[in-house]
Design a binder for this molecule. Structure first.
Ligand code: SAH
Length: 391
């Protein structure tokens, strides 16, 4: 294995188990590794400190272990078995819920790897070249850990790997392939578009927040903005909403939402979906909504986009504050990792003030337990939300 030697003092964050090594921390390498190759990392005193995947970019090594151990199928089996045990403890692996995240990258000490489970199908996504190169042994390890309950593994990394690495990767099944595309979350069914859907096909990370919404829905007129597959909409329907309107700028998302509503509530006329831009829809809407969900895509993909992203959150939330009925409830989210909890709260505060509404924070929401945050890697925190009572 090739070796990387750090500059003096640059081992400090590794001693605190932070799993990333930035290019600026590297003093020299025994030989230039290939992208995705496993490398051993040493301090300036030649002391072993970590083993990880090498990649060209600002994060040059993603650490897999701080112990001197082999990274092989057995290693992945151990990590996956722990990940499974965590999900069992959380209670997300049940009969009426077969949809959950099994591996959340750094949160499960497997940087660069995401695995979502939908019934007997796993959707696996590599965010690093190293995980891509090891996809076959990871798939074998996954099958061994999950056993009979797992029949299909769909690999979906076409858009998540660095384009420059020229891996020619394609999406496709690594195991099975004859799969039912309907999965279940808290007793509600939905279609998963393995092939073309965003992320792994469904936003698994809003499960708990959708459940909370269900408890607020009774008798309300609900607007689910940025609905994608309609997740919040079908919980609102089950919760007894008077009407539910779903909006997304993508026609495909609207078709998916309609299909999912039909799957759970056939011939229920309370729901309607609109393919339209969020801002345009909110500008002209006439329905007196008293429960609004705003779950937009990440406005800031990088730190440099932060300022504009905050302005975007303010503009969007201001529209909702202007339009929502007195006594209305607003569920508002940000999934931008670059925007922290306080910044998001300030953006929403600014919006409330400019609409001159009295607003109470009822709940502060975050990502669910199956998207755990590694305590040494605060960057893993990304989803935040507020539930607000608007007087
Ligand atoms: N709330 C969803 C996830 C939202 S993902 C869930 O629970 O699953 C963000 C969605 O916003 C995407 O489906 C995307 O098509 C949509 N979108 C992006 N820009 C938009 C815009 N300007 N107006 C309306 N929808 C938009």
């Amino acid at each position: 294995m090739k070796s990387i030697f750090l500059k003096r003092g640059k081992e400090e964050s590794l001693r605190r188990f932070h799993p990333w090594i930035f290019s600026g921390a590297i003093h020299h390498m025994s030989e230039e590794p290939e992208e995705g190759e496993k490398v051993m990392v040493f301090t300036s005193e030649n002391e072993y400190i970590a083993t990880g995947h090498f990649q060209i970019g600002s994060i040059m090594v993603r650490v897999l272990t701080f112990d001197h151990e082999e990274i092989d199928q057995h290693f992945y089996e151990q990590k996956l078995a722990i990940a499974k045990d965590v999900r069992q403890s959380i209670g997300v692996m049940g009969n009426d819920n077969n949809t959950y995240r099994l591996v959340h990258g750094e949160g499960d000490n497997l940087p660069g790897l995401v695995i979502d489970i939908y019934g007997n199908t796993a959707v696996m996504q590599a965010h690093s070249v190293g995980m891509h190169l090891e996809r076959h042994i990871i798939a074998k390890a996954l099958k061994n850990v999950m056993g009979e309950g797992l029949q299909n593994i769909f690999y979906k990394s076409e858009t998540t790997l660095p384009y420059k690495a020229e891996l020619g990767q394609e999406n496709g099944f690594l195991l099975g392939g004859d799969t039912d595309d309907v999965a279940m979350e808290n007793g509600l069914k939905f279609h998963v578009d393995w092939l073309k859907g965003q992320k792994t096909g469904f936003f698994v990370d809003q499960r708990d927040n959708r459940s909370l919404l269900e408890r607020y829905a009774k008798g309300r007129k609900v607007l689910n903005m940025f609905c994608y597959t309609g997740g919040f909409s079908f919980y609102a329907m089950r919760g007894g909403a008077e009407l539910v309107h779903s909006v997304d700028s993508s026609q495909k998302a609207i078709d998916l939402t309609n299909a999912n509503i039909a799957l759970n509530f056939p011939d229920d006329s309370r729901h309607e979906a609109f393919a339209e831009d969020a801002f345009r829809f909110m500008e002209k809407m006439q329905t007196p909504y008293d429960l609004i969900i705003l779950d937009p895509p990440a406005f800031a993909k990088h730190k440099d986009a932060l300022h504009n992203a905050l302005k975007g959150y303010t503009r969007l939330n201001r529209k909702a504050f202007e339009k929502i009925q007195p006594g209305g409830i607003l569920f508002t989210f940000s999934c931008s990792q670059a925007v922290n909890k306080d910044q998001f709260r300030t953006a929403v505060f600014t919006a409330a003030a400019s609409a001159r509404r009295n607003v109470r924070i009822l709940h502060q929401l975050h990502q669910p337990a199956d998207h755990p945050i590694n305590i040494y890697h605060p960057e893993g925190e990304y989803l935040k939300g507020l539930v607000l009572y608007v007087e």
